[in-house]
Design a protein around this ligand. Structure first.
Ligand code: PLP
Length: 357
């Protein structure tokens, strides 16, 4: 039996998108591929709100997150850390041989514009990494306010992970002045994993141009060179790109405003359920993620048994991540999820939780 995915990615993929992956294969140096690539990039432009480079990498998100460090950090990087993925990005930065400092806040808290300002005002940094939506803790940091602060530091290249937020709410890359924005397609885009999309501003490309040791697979300049021909430096995951093309058509047919509203409605329904059930939010309400909710297990539910029982009912659920596994659990509400499906899921959760206590 297929278990319906209620984990924070990969998420459920609609049958028609899976079907698009079965399109007969083409070669990436054939004109048919350039057409496919062009149509995907033009769809992405509408979702990402950028006229800059939009590049497709065959990799999970961490590949490009590491690549961005190799390409864009010159002098020293400020890594803003508020959860498992942002902590890991700091470790990755150091493992690439770059100078870097972590700016940590407690898990469950957002990165604030004030923290970014005080770090950058030291003048020590020429790049930052920041995760917009920390999937491990369900925290969304205030990106537009942070982007305002970044305007004061034009020599700093901003590398922003929107892995689990892009398409669920408006993230206008150019208006915010983000230099490199990275996301995988397996979260709010609801496409099978294996493909990562990233943007690069002229400033980012200029920075890459003066940095050595960029490697080959994620060399931004290689991507730039072939992007002009609607292509990728090496063989891309063509089935995923077909799926992304089909999904972009669906996203634009739903309408971006409607998609953002649906995500917001899904979030409200989950928050109401949490209150009704007597659970607490892990982050403060103001900084709760639009795409997943991290719930404090204040009722001491046996999450391992809940996971097993929900599995028997045909749902795959999550019982927390990293050091908050077991004391929290996360309910995703992103991608193509519809309100009725979420309500069915929450009803099943209520029944199983009741039977456990
Ligand atoms: C915010 C965030 N960044 C990075 C990653 C890593 O993505 P991937 O597993 O595609 O490398 C994840 C994965 O869940 C994530 O949620």
């Amino acid at each position: 039996m297929h278990k319906k995915l209620f984990i924070p990615g990969p998420v459920e993929v609609s049958p028609e998108i899976l079907q698009a992956m079965a399109t007969p294969m083409i070669g990436h140096r054939m004109p048919e591929y350039a057409k496919l690539h062009e149509s995907v990039v033009s769809g992405l432009r509408k979702v990402m709100f950028t006229e800059g480079y939009i590049l497709l990498a065959t990799s999970s998100a961490f590949g490009v997150m590491e690549g961005a460090i190799r390409n864009l950090v010159g002098k020293r990087c400020a890594n803003f850390c508020n959860g498992a993925f942002s902590d890991k990005w700091h470790t990755i930065t150091l493992s690439c041989g770059k100078e870097a400092d972590p700016f940590r806040v407690d898990w469950g808290k957002p990165i604030t514009p004030e923290l970014v300002d005080s770090a950058l005002s030291t003048g020590k940094y020429d790049a930052i990494t920041l995760i917009h939506n920390e999937t491990s803790t369900g925290v969304m940091s205030p990106l537009s306010e942070i982007a305002e602060v970044l305007r004061k530091y034009p020599h700093v290249v901003s590398i922003i992970d929107t892995v689990s937020s892009m398409s669920a709410l408006k993230i206008p890359i150019d208006e915010m002045g983000i230099d490199c924005c990275i996301f995988g397609v397996q979260k709010a885009f609801a496409v099978p994993p294996g493909l990562t999309v990233f943007s690069a501003s002229e400033k980012a490309m200029e920075r890459a141009g003066i940095i050595e040791g960029r490697g080959y697979y994620f060399d931004f300049l290689e991507f730039e060179k072939v992007a002009k021909k609607n292509n990728t430096p090496s063989t891309p995951a063509i089935p995923q790109i077909y799926a992304l093309q089909a999904q972009l058509e669906r996203i634009l047919a739903e309408g971006l405003e409607m998609r953002w509203r649906r995500h917001s409605d899904l979030q409200d329904i989950v928050h109401d359920w949490i209150t009704w059930e007597g659970f607490e939010l892990y982050p403060s309400r103001e900084f709760c993620s639009r795409t997943l909710t991290c719930v404090r297990n204040n009722r001491n539910i046996d999450l391992a048994t809940l996971k097993e029982r929900m599995g028997q009912r045909g749902y795959a659920i999550n019982d927390g991540y990293g050091r908050i596994k077991g004391t929290t659990f996360r309910i995703p509400h992103m991608g193509d999820l519809q309100i009725g499906e979420l309500q069915d899921f929450l009803l099943a959760m209520t029944e199983e939780i009741k039977s456990l206590q």
